[in-house]
Design a binder for this molecule. Sequence first.
Ligand code: DC
Length: 227
Amino acid sequence: MDTTTPSKKLRVLAIDGPAGAGKSTISKLVAKRLGLFYLDTGAMYRGFAYKVLRNNIDPSDEKEVKKLVSTTAINFDNGVTVDGNDVTREIRTEAVTNASSLVSSYKEVREFLVELQRSCAISHVGSVVEGRDITSVVFPDAQLKIFLTASVEERAKRRAIELGDIDVAKIYQEISLRDKRDSTRDVSPLIMPKDALLIDTTGRDIESILDEICRMWHKADTESKEI
Ligand code: DC
């Protein structure tokens, strides 16, 4: 089969959305159900941000951060490794969360990681890839593109439960700030392309969302095989 035909889509399920929309939970479960590889691109940005902090570089110092790109090796397979070291747990701290939001706005960092994300996902027969620019930049030719969202209130409540932090008001502010930064940055801002399907997870149970996505995937998969 000629996979270079322009209308042929990649066997990728691309999922974007703001922080706390349920992307990770849903993407992991969908990948498991469909037997696809799962790629968390946010974890890669976090891995890079972790290295920035470990090198005592100020994440807002773009010039210094950029210098690290050429000497960093990042890999994702269930967890993240940076230069061969597993940092899956370390990347979930508040400091890394904030640093990743900053370093992900730098062009060189994005180019470096987008390249890795493409080759990693394509090396599998089918992948679920989640992030902020997957439907728009990394895999605009994915066979299914989904934009997950939820109200800021609900996202803040979910994060508070996840972190065991009762200060929902503080988390609400942090999420609002990250939303603003992620969607207004110059390079690859969080946007919803016209051909992505919007799913609002506010007040919905996970099972019904999984069913909806899996149904759409099977439909897209069948259509793609007919091309
Ligand atoms: O999804 P997350 O919270 O783990 O993402 C961490 C940061 O990385 C977040 O501020 C947005 C950024 N990110 C991005 O810019 N592009 C992606 N494809 C994934 C994450």
